[in-house]
Design a protein around this ligand. Structure first.
Ligand code: 13P
Length: 256
C-alpha cells in the first residue's frame, strides 16, 4: 500500500448489479484478455462484482490474471438462519476478494442504515476481505446544499474503528448520478473527495491518506480520464459500463 505523499494505486471496480447470466462470462474473459494484451502488470487494480451465482466460476477463470472477483453485498453474520443471505465467509470461499457494502440501491431497496453498513464492513474484515463502502447524497440533499454534511455523516457512521487502507475502499456515488448519464461537475467531485479525505485523515491518521476513494455514477470511457485527473479520485465504481468488456477496458485504460 502506498504511503503518505504518494497517490494510492487506482482501483477500477465493475458492479454488475442484478445483471449477468452465464453468457456474460465471455465479457470477463475479454476484459482479462484485453489487459493481458496490453502486457500488464498495469498500474491499476481491476475488480468485477457479478451476481453471487457467477462468483465461483469467474474466480476459477480469472485465477492468475490481473482481474479479481468481488461481491455486491453480504450479511454480517458468519453463518446461520438467514434465508437468502450470504456471509462474507461464504463469498470468500467462493473466491471473492472484496465486497461492496452500503450501495445506495441496498440502502433504498432494503432499508440499510449506516449502522448496518458498519456491521457489514466489520464482517467483511473478519473474513479477511476488502470492504468497498458506498456513500452519496440524493438529488434533494444536493439541491438543499447538504452534500458534504450528508457524506461526512455517512462516512462517520458507516466506517468502523478498524478501517485501514488495506481493508477498506470508500466509494462516493451521488445517488442522482447513478444510471442517469448525469455527473457532478469536476469541481463538485473534487470538493466531496477532498472532504472525504479530510475525514479519513482526521479519524485514521496518516493511513487515511492511502485509503482509496472511488467515484461512481455514470462513469464512461468518455469521462473516465477527466474524473481520474481530480485529486483524491483513486479509481471508479462502474455500473452499466462494466457490463461490456470494450467499455470497461476503456475506463480501465484511463486509470492505468
Ligand atoms: P452507473 O455506472 O450505471 O451509473 O452505476 C454506478 C453504480 O451504482 C456503481 O455501483
Amino acid at each position: 500500500m502506498t504511503g503518505e505523499g504518494t497517490r494510492p494505486r487506482p482501483l477500477v471496480a465493475g458492479n454488475w448489479k442484478m445483471n449477468g447470466l452465464r453468457t456474460g462470462i465471455a465479457e470477463v474473459r475479454a476484459v482479462s484478455a484485453g489487459l493481458a494484451a496490453q502486457g500488464g502488470p498495469a498500474a491499476v487494480d481491476v475488480l468485477i462484482c457479478p451476481p453471487a451465482t457467477l462468483i465461483m466460476v469467474m474466480a476459477e477463470i480469472l485465477k492468475g490474471t490481473q482481474v479479481s472477483v468481488g461481491a455486491q453485498d453480504c450479511h454480517w453474520a458468519p453463518s446461520g438462519a438467514h434465508t437468502g443471505d450470504v456471509s462474507p465467509e461464504i463469498l470468500a470461499d467462493a473466491g471473492a476478494t472484496a465486497i461492496i457494502v452500503g450501495h445506495s440501491e441496498r440502502r433504498a431497496d432494503h432499508g440499510e442504515t449506516d449502522s448496518m453498513v458498519r456491521l457489514k464492513q466489520e464482517a467483511v474484515h473478519r473474513a479477511g476481505l476488502t470492504a468497498i463502502v458506498c456513500i452519496g447524497e440524493t438529488k434533494g440533499q444536493r439541491l438543499a446544499g447538504q452534500t458534504i454534511d450528508v457524506v461526512v455523516r455517512q462516512l462517520q457512521s458507516s466506517l468502523s474503528a478498524g478501517t485501514t487502507s488495506a481493508n477498506t475502499v470508500v466509494a462516493y456515488e451521488p445517488v442522482w448520478a447513478i444510471g442517469t448519464g448525469l455527473t457532478p461537475t469536476l469541481d463538485d467531485v473534487a470538493d466531496v473527495h477532498s472532504a472525504i479525505r479530510g475525514q479519513l485523515v482526521d479519524r485514521f491518521g496518516p493511513d487515511g491518506r492511502s485509503v482509496r476513494i472511488l467515484y461512481g455514477g455514470s462513469v464512461k470511457p468518455q469521462n473516465a480520464k477527466e474524473l481520474m485527473s481530480i485529486d483524491n479520485v483513486n479509481g471508479a465504481l462502474v455500473g452499466g459500463a462494466s457490463l461490456k468488456a470494450a467499455d470497461f477496458l476503456g475506463i480501465v485504460d484511463a486509470y492505468a
